[in-house]
Design a protein around this ligand. Structure first.
Ligand SMILES: [Zn+2]
Length: 370
């Protein structure tokens, strides 16, 4: 005898019973029995064509039947079937990204992901449920955001207070000519909405500061750093560590790029560079120039690492500092280790809260997004 769990919203149709016993041989037979034995219940589960409503999910032992054999899933003794409709507040006209079933359009849009055994429907749902924040909608944030949205990452926060400038367009490919003068977060949101309506873009049209960083970053699972100044870089590093969030880091300068992933407790930016260079010692992209295509390479590496982290796939770029020399077309990988002396993530940390990064770096929080 399998049992069926009936959620509270449907119990009015089962005389209040939360669990029903059934000797049905498979899921299809069990659903058919529910339809016949409990007037009204069938209409809650099936549409006029006899298909399950898109807003109803069926699980066997907490696994979606899509992952099993669907209606043909054999039921054995002590199996528990659960019939779970979207609850009030969810979308009932088509699957929401958070729900377990794909709309027909989603099934097509993500078909090349879903067909990969390493991703499948389960992985695609993880992407749809993931929340990623991009620090900067500039050179690195542009390609990262485009690919993360295309991949179906469900929530993308974008932090940038700057407006699109004509001089941005040779590398910040999320922004178009028509958007010069508009806030970058608005330009980015419009572009991402066109790429994938499944992605909710959360605009943060403000500079990231010690006052707001914890509150903003805490809303997300993963932080992607596309900042172009040391003050913001240290701020993001410290906030991500203090919040215990993975930080997918990237940086560009002239013809060189760098990328790595900092997992809390496995090293941080301060382990490599305990303190910033003196103000003015390292020029910005605005001062020194940058090859326009360069951030594309690094931003796509950041997007790749982010997707891998969401899916738990492969070997992340943790403990490895990837250096890219576009002129030689060379990649170099340097081993990174957590520094026990690190003031943030070391054995005796002295930084336990965010500090004043403009004072620390002797430089202002310039616009993000080089
Ligand atoms: Zn550290």
């Amino acid at each position: 005898m399998a049992t069926v769990y009936i959620p509270t919203s449907l119990r009015r149709l089962t005389q209040g019973s939360a669990r029903l016993a059934s000797d049905a041989a498979d899921v299809g037979a069990l659903l058919g029995w529910l339809d016949e034995a409990f007037p009204g219940l069938g209409a809650e589960l099936f549409d006029a064509d006899g298909n399950l409503h898109r807003f109803v999910n069926v699980y066997v032992n907490n696994r979606a039947i899509d992952e099993l054999q669907g209606f043909e899933t054999i039921l054995e003794r002590e199996d528990e079937v659960a019939v779970i409709p979207a609850i009030s507040g969810g979308q009932t006209n088509g699957a929401s990204p958070a729900s377990g079933r794909f709309t027909p359009q989603q099934a097509v849009r993500y078909s090349r992901h879903i067909i990969l055994p390493e991703i499948g429907g389960v992985g695609q749902r993880k992407l749809l449920n993931a929340k990623v924040v991009l620090i900067g909608a500039g050179g690195l944030g542009s390609p990262a955001a485009l690919y993360l949205a295309a991949a179906g990452v469900g929530t993308l926060g974008v932090v940038d207070f700057d407006d699109v400038d004509l001089s941005n367009l040779h590398r910040q490919i999320i922004h178009g000519h028509a958007n010069v003068g508009r806030p970058k977060v608005e330009s980015a949101r419009d572009r991402l909405a066109d790429i994938n309506p499944d992605t909710t873009v959360v605009p943060h049209t403000e500079a990231l500061t010690s006052e707001n960083a914890m509150q903003i970053l805490d809303q997300y699972d993963i932080v992607v750093n596309g900042s172009d100044n040391f003050a913001t870089r240290y701020l993001v590093n410290d906030a991500a560590y203090l919040l215990n969030k993975p930080l997918v880091d990237g940086a560009i300068f002239r013809f060189d790029g760098q990328a790595t992933v900092f997992m809390p407790g496995q090293g941080c930016y301060r382990c490599i560079f305990p303190s910033p260079p003196p103000p003015g010692a390292v020029p910005s992209c605005a001062e020194a120039g940058v090859l326009g295509v360069l951030p594309g390479m690094i931003g796509v590496i950041q997007a790749t690492e982010t997707i891998k982290l969401i899916l738990g796939l492969g070997h992340p770029l943790v403990g490895r500092w990837l250096l890219y020399d576009s002129l030689e077309m060379e990649f170099r990988e340097i081993k990174l280790q957590r520094d026990p002396e690190c003031p943030l993530c070391g054995d005796n940390p002295t930084i336990r809260a965010l500090i004043d990064y403009e004072v620390f770096c002797g430089a202002p929080m310039a616009a993000t997004g080089g």
